[in-house]
Design a protein around this ligand. Structure first.
Ligand SMILES: C[S@@+](CC[C@H](N)C(=O)[O-])C[C@H]1O[C@@H](n2cnc3c(N)ncnc32)[C@H](O)[C@@H]1O
Length: 184
């Protein structure tokens, strides 16, 4: 992993899309349906999808080719390590975490993607004003995520955005939007 720590590598990540209005990272895109749909709707933004599952990576690659998308990049690697080693502080305008594995059994819940450590990493890589969009259909996970994110102190849950997100959540699958605030 040492080479991933190289400043040049970090700079290269940002330099992939220098003209993009926003650089968005998506964690765990699954088969990539939502990624491709959002990327098609927003050609002005650049999307870096991180996924470990090979069939999912293949599926998104096929969608990118079929739709002729020029604003999607893929890293097939553990998102926790990507966040820790490959993304410079404040490099991202947004992070999407849509329907992460819910791990409903109590004894498995420590495997959940959203933890105080990963939220600290998200706070590090998001620029001030950047958005973290988190969606889940597990009520228990939603409560835990909200508690963990708010406990971090770097994020504010914006009621106006929340209302908007609730209205559009079917389209964007974003049910919770947190904005990276100035105060830590
Ligand atoms: C339940 S699926 C959700 C997929 C998609 N976001 C959706 O809404 O349909 C969770 C995805 O996260 C991926 N995943 C889980 N842990 C991951 C990690 N540490 N790094 C990257 N991807 C991960 C899984 O491979 C899986 O495809």
């Amino acid at each position: 992993m040492e080479s991933l720590n190289e400043p040049a590598y970090r700079a290269a990540l940002k330099a992939l899309a220098p003209l993009a209005e926003e650089n968005i990272l998506e964690i765990g895109f699954g088969m990539g349906e939502t990624t491709a749909e959002i990327a098609q709707q927003h050609p002005e933004c650049d999307y870096l999808g991180v996924e470990v599952h090979t069939p999912g990576v293949g599926s998104l690659l096929a969608r990118v080719e079929k739709l002729g998308l020029a604003n999607v990049r893929i890293v097939q690697h553990d998102a926790v390590e990507v966040l820790q080693h490959m993304v410079a502080p404040g490099a991202l305008d947004g992070v999407h975490v849509f329907f992460p594995d819910p791990w409903p059994k109590k004894r498995h819940q420590k495997r959940r993607l959203l933890s105080s450590d990963s939220v600290a990493q998200l706070a590090r890589v998001l620029a001030t004003g950047g958005e973290l969009r988190f969606a889940t259909d597990s009520g228990d996970y939603a409560c835990e995520a909200l508690r963990t994110i708010l406990t971090n102190g770097a994020f504010a849950w914006r009621a106006c955005i929340r209302a908007k997100a609730q209205k559009t959540c079917v389209k964007t699958r974003a049910s919770t939007t947190m904005r990276r605030s100035k105060r830590r």
